[in-house]
Design a protein. Sequence first.
Length: 164
Amino acid sequence: MSSNAFAGPTPGYLVWRLSTKWRVAVDRAVAPLGLTHAQYSLVASLHGMQRTGERPSQRRLADHTGLEPLYVSKLARSLEAAGLLERARDPRDPRAVQLALTEQGRATTERAIEVVQRLLDQLLQPLGGLGSPRTRQFTSELTALLDTPLDPSNVHGDTDKEQS
């Protein structure tokens, strides 16, 4: 596709801008609770997994959130130091570290989830709000894009080889 295919901003630019707008808004909204957006993503995901009875490893949580395992490890250590989560060796795999929210972590996370849900409803008002058909369609389209595997090493194609 040529770069002239879009008269205005490209979808990639808009996705980047929306994700940046969202990250900044969540950072500001959860800061009074002592969290950053990345920490919120981790504890909210962990909260949801724990509600289904799972005590995930750092690796499993990294896979679930899409964050790099090393970054999850760093976030988990800072959240442990803040008293919001516990890290423990997995009895089935001594190399793996399991994560669980503390009571304080659960309470903080539940407050943060409420704050972020209100923020999400504000963001989605132009589509009719959180429960609207347009929001469901938008969510479906975002999911389709997220489920599409990308191979950044294969974006140049054969035409580059022919030109060199």
